[in-house]
Design a protein around this ligand. Structure first.
Ligand code: ARG
Length: 460
């Protein structure tokens, strides 16, 4: 049987394979809510402009409300033969309300319809993504306040570098996530123009009011160029880029969780709720959730590259290739929502092993920079010279198997006679931490201020 929606010039229906490759309703049914919203706005405008009657509009609105209820209650029969969500809803409307339903598509094409629906969907999901991001940020900030003065080793090259606080480390991720949120907001602002009314590609001869539909759908304005409106998916790419960068941040955080809870480190313990066991090794507590968050960036950045590759080299305007946009965006969205929730759960529940972190914070001569800074500040030594002198003291400590604050004053004075007892005031982990009061530094006093600043922002 020829297609119900466009079968006028067709004698036969599509082959089963054609239907299989062409149909998108199995996945694009996720646009149903936005599709109905778009149709409500479009028909409202058609009636106001006298293109359809007020009576038809009312009938259409009633019919769409019925379809909404059917879908919500799982009573809607989605049909692959009707290809996509747009034609499923339109066909059902015509079945339900007859003639008026067949007038809905006046002055509209599926090309501007799908672009509108998809922008609305991405916009809605950016809003949800921002909420989940903020939830993770708040969780991190609350844990940072709790661990504001908990010492841990700070690393460069994954080698002990200088002591930092665990709170400071957690807040670093709050900063990253706040930029991720900023990128989502930017993407939202840029996508918020209405393609509706661009029709198939060239606009329409009907006296439509695009300002009105843009306003009804809470877009800032109609898109200026009808070809652009139906043929670009840069908004989806921008969203996927923002998600990919955020996924990279989460992946780094997840990797740190994996390292921190491995038994040689034992910096943290994850809760039972976010740990799995082993079927053979009874002692095991595996951080599977963290490992999976670490890995999921593959899907998200894969979606970005996938859609970039679809769009590359496509001539204007619409081409069916663009139907491949949705699954990438849906999958990346689902993945990121899950990863954000998993990170919030792990971070919210974890317990820091403070004693062990403190012990390792002082290992590896981690206060050597403090020693060098003391030489500069108290003896007016040029920093490069102080670096050299400190290197000699570290080497001596290493030979004698001592930490820096265990080296005797006599031994230090053999290397630099002007060193006084006062040097020991800067060699402890606590002194090192307390001294890092420069803006953005790790001093517990800074960390408390920063954590509380974020908590206040995020709770408002
Ligand atoms: N299902 C299609 C998509 O997602 C809708 C637009 C179809 N337009 C067309 N001219 N065939 O892109």
């Amino acid at each position: 049987m020829a297609n119900q929606q466009w079968g006028g010039r067709f004698a036969e229906g599509p082959s089963a394979i054609m239907e299989q490759i062409n149909a998108s309703v199995d996945f694009d049914k996720r646009l149903w809510h936005q599709d109905i919203k778009g149709s409500l706005a479009h028909s409202e405008m058609l009636a106001k402009m006298g293109i359809i009657s007020q009576q038809d509009k009312m009938t259409i609105h009633e019919g769409l409300a019925r379809i909404k209820t059917e879908i919500e209650n799982d009573q809607f029969q989605f049909s692959r033969a009707l290809e996509d969500i747009h034609m499923n809803i339109e066909a059902r409307l015509a079945d339900n309300i007859g003639e008026a339903g067949k007038r809905l598509h006046t002055g509209r094409s599926r090309n501007d319809q799908v672009a509108t629906d998809f922008r609305l969907w991405v916009r809605d999901n950016i809003d949800a993504m921002i909420l989940s991001t903020e939830h993770l940020m708040l969780t991190l900030a609350q844990r940072a306040e709790e661990y504001a003065d908990t010492a841990m080793p700070g690393f460069t090259h994954l080698q002990s570098a200088q002591p930092v606080t665990f709170g400071h480390h957690l807040l670093a991720y709050v900063e990253m996530l706040s930029r991720d949120k900023g990128r989502l907001i930017d993407a939202r602002n840029r996508l918020n123009e209405s393609p509706l009314g661009a029709a198939a590609l060239a606009g329409t001869s009907f006296p439509i009011d695009r300002q009105m539909t843009a306003k009804l759908l809470e877009f800032d304005r109609p898109m200026a160029n009808s070809l652009d409106a139906v043929s670009d998916r840069d908004f989806a790419l921008e969203y996927l880029s923002a998600l990919s960068i955020m996924a990279m941040h989460l992946s780094r955080m997840a990797e740190e969780i994996v390292i921190w809870c491995s038994s040689p480190f034992s910096f943290i313990k994850l809760s039972d709720a976010y740990t799995t066991g082993s079927s053979i090794m009874p002692q095991k507590r595996n951080p599977d959730a963290a490992e999976l968050v670490r890995a999921k960036i593959g899907r998200v950045s894969g979606a970005l590259i996938g859609l970039l590759t679809v769009m590359k080299g496509l001539p204007l305007a619409y081409a069916k290739d663009m139907q491949e946009d949705k699954e990438q965006v849906f999958a990346a969205t689902d993945t990121m929502m899950l990863c954000l929730a998993a990170c919030s759960g792990m971070i919210g529940d974890l317990q820091a092993n403070k004693e062990n972190m403190r012990r390792w914070a002082g290992s590896g001569f981690s206060t050597a920079t403090d020693l060098a800074d003391w030489l500069v500040q108290k003896l007016q030594m040029p920093f490069r010279t102080a670096h050299h002198v400190t290197g000699q003291i570290v080497s001596l400590a290493e030979q004698k198997n001592l930490t820096l604050d265990q080296v005797s004053i006599e031994d230090m004075q053999k290397i630099e006679p002007k060193i006084t007892q006062d040097i020991f005031s800067v060699l402890s982990v606590e002194a090192s931490l307390a001294s890092r009061v420069s803006e953005g530094g790790t001093a517990p006093s800074n960390v408390i201020t920063q954590a509380q600043k974020w908590i206040k922002i995020l709770q408002d």
